[in-house]
Design a protein around this ligand. Structure first.
Ligand SMILES: [Zn+2]
Length: 47
């Protein structure tokens, strides 16, 4: 048996939460990486 993991995925926090997420804090996705090395570029794409 394999387990579907569809419901255990980390959800992206609200934009106002992301705006204050520390760049050196652990990423919200649970990867264990620093936010700046993980989802920061995806959450805040350069214009
Ligand atoms: Zn991440």
């Amino acid at each position: 048996m394999f387990k579907l993991n569809l419901f255990n995925r980390p959800q992206r926090p609200e934009p106002e939460v992301l705006a204050h997420w520390g760049r050196n804090a652990e990423c919200w996705c649970g990867s264990g990486k620093k936010y700046k090395n993980c989802h920061m570029a995806k959450d805040h794409p350069p214009k």
